[in-house]
Every structure is written in C-alpha cells, then in structure tokens.
Design a binder for this molecule. Structure first.
Ligand code: ASP
Length: 353
C-alpha cells in the first residue's frame, strides 16, 4: 500500500519520529447529520496541535486511510501497522501510533508479537476527548508520546518495546488494559509495574523496561490466524452452549476466562466437553477473569480438573495479550504442539515466569 507522508516540522538533527494515525476519538468530530462522532482526516487534525512544531523531534505523519473507530480494528490492519514500522525502521528513531482507546490494548499486544527483536520505541496513544474539545486530553497524550518515542540516552533509545502512553503513565502494551471509559486515566496494568510516570519529569522504571535485543535486526511476522475464541465462563453456563461454541468449524484455539486463580466447575459433563476438544488438538488456554494475579491450576481441585483435561495455563496474561498471542502463534506455526509450547512461554514480556 502507498502511504502519504506529511512532514510536520523541519527539526533536522533531532531524533526522527514517525507518527501513524489510525483514527479513534482523538481525531473525531461530531457529525450533526448522523448524530454521532465520526473520524476526521489527519490533515485537518494537525492544525489542532500547533505544539507539534515545537516538540524536540523531527516529525513525519502517515495517516492510514480511512481513519477508523478502533472497534473496527482487525488482524489485517495490525499486520499493516507492523509492516509500516518495519519498512521505516531504519529511517526513524521511534514510532507513535495514534489509535482509538477501545481496542488499543489488543493492537499494542498484537504488534508486540508481530515485531520480534524490537530495539526502538513503538508507543500507542489516543484520547478520551477529541482534539476539537477544549478540555481534550489528546494534546498532552500525543505530545508526551512523541517525546517518549524520541527520548534517547547517549544517542540510543531508552524504550525497546511496544507501549501504551496515557494520562501520565507509560505501560507495557501487552500488559495493559482499558479500565475506564469516562475518566482520563483509561489504562492500567495490574500485573506489571508502570514503565514510566510522567509529570514535570519523566521517571523511568528502568529495571522493568525490556533490554535492547541481542539480535540486532527487527523481524517482521506478517501472518495472523484468527481461528480463535474467547469464552468467559459463569455460574450457570449451559454445557450445551459451551459445546456448541467449542464445535465451531475451523476453531483452533480458545482463551478460556475462568474464575479466580484459574478455576472452573468440577462437573464431569463440563470437563468432558473440554476434554473432547483438547483431544481433537484444539488448544485451550486458561486465563483468569481477575485483572490481578495469575492462573495456578494446581492450587484447587477446580483448577486441577482443567489441567487433567488438557487445558494449559496462560498464567497472568491479559485476555488481549492471550488472544493476539494465539493468533500470532497459529499464523506462524502449523505444528499445534509448538503453538502449545510457546503459548505457555514468555515471548515479549507479556507473562510472568
Ligand atoms: N470508540 C473510540 C475508539 O476506540 C473510543 C476512543 O478512541 O477512545 O476508536
């Protein structure tokens, strides 16, 4: 695909940052006729952030056409975004992806898997209020995300991973979650410390940032296989409904959202349905409905029951990281044993040991 590049300033000699605009509330305006918020083309948006001409970075912007509400995000666009980073990797020092908040944690997780050996910052940000609104949070989020993407220590990037920057917090992308739909502090990570807190100064939490990769070249993975489901169990879930979801044609893997530390019903008919599926070679990955803590299938009989029928532990992964990791692994490997093995390993800082 050919992209239009827009130069935003002429700050030559400063770190070069590529901003990729995908849409989201940040760049939306109210459409009187439709009565809803709709995305604006980026050339009309840059005028709302005159500060972009003063940030300490040489800035180029690529608008992905058409701009979308992130509820319309999909694996094809994730691959396209990863490709854009990869093809511009040697030209720029850092990348900022402007994205709707609703599915930002999915996209940041997906890109963390698609971009292996990343040695530069890729920072997602967005806003709760659009740039056209006087009280918008967009301006601060965009400017700080750009400054973080440009930040260097002895001419080397400080950040070597995919992150989300939002409302003063820099978070690992595949550990983050949208928690809040109306306050400005929309994102948190429950199972991993913040990577930086930005107030008057930027305080990095250096021991928690991913180190520079030992392999020097960025590897792009461009296949994702979305033959997956997320199934959230609840007391009273009818076994026949579960069975019907699990017998979906072409299903290859399931993220099973269980209770507490990875527990589910011990009813034999429930476990039998799961066993029939794992025996067929469909992978079932257990993650918790709790936002904090980890799956420990050996702790309770209710977790052990799952382990015995072949369900594997997703430890402390977010649902966003779990589902995109499975799409990436299924896209990359045909051998389901390999997918199963890697699904339980920490690949990009998305899970604890
Ligand atoms: N619906 C919007 C989106 O995710 C919400 C936002 O940007 O905050 O694209």
């Amino acid at each position: 695909m050919n992209y239009k590049e827009i130069k935003l300033n002429e700050h030559q000699g400063q770190p070069k940052v590529l901003v990729i605009y995908t849409g989201g509330t940040l760049g939306m305006v109210y459409d009187q006729q439709k009565g809803t918020l709709i995305p604006l083309p980026f050339d009309q948006i840059a005028q709302y952030v005159p500060e972009l001409s003063r940030v300490p970075a040489e800035l180029t912007i690529i608008p992905v056409e058409p701009p979308i509400d992130s509820s319309d995000m999909n694996p094809e666009i994730w691959v396209e975004l990863a490709r854009l980073v990869h093809s511009n990797y040697d030209i720029y020092d850092g990348f900022v992806i402007l994205h709707g908040t609703d599915t930002m944690a999915f996209s940041a997780s997906a890109l963390s898997f698609l971009l292996e050996n990343l040695g530069k910052p890729v920072i997602f940000t967005g806003a709760q209020l659009s740039l056209g609104v006087a009280r918008t949070d967009a301006r601060e989020n965009v400017i700080t995300a750009i400054e973080l993407a440009a930040d260097q220590n002895e001419r080397k990037p400080i950040i070597n991973e995919v992150c989300i920057y939002f409302n003063g917090r820099l978070l690992r992308g595949n550990r983050a979650k949208k928690y809040e739909s109306s306050q400005f502090d929309a994102f948190q990570t429950e199972n991993y410390p913040m990577l930086a807190e930005v107030g008057v100064y930027c305080e990095y939490n250096l021991p928690y940032l991913l180190p520079k990769p030992t392999e020097s070249s960025l590897q792009l993975h461009s296949e994702m296989d979305a033959s997956v489901l997320i199934i959230k169990i609840f007391p009273g879930l009818k076994v026949e409904f579960l069975e019907s979801m699990l017998s979906t044609p072409n299903l290859k893997a399931v993220v099973l959202e269980t209770f507490g530390s990875g527990n589910a019903s011990t009813k034999p008919e429930f476990l039998k349905v799961l066993e029939e599926v794992t025996v067929k070679g469909i992978l079932i990955l257990n993650i918790s409905q709790c936002v904090g803590g980890s799956v420990r299938q050996q702790d309770y009989a209710t977790g052990l029951g799952l382990q015995k029928v072949g369900v594997i532990s997703g430890k402390d992964m977010t649902p966003e990281a779990a589902v995109t990791k499975l799409m990436y692994l299924l896209g990359r490997y045909e051998d389901l044993e390999k997918v199963k093995e890697l699904a339980q390993n920490n690949l990009r800082g998305e899970m604890g040991e």
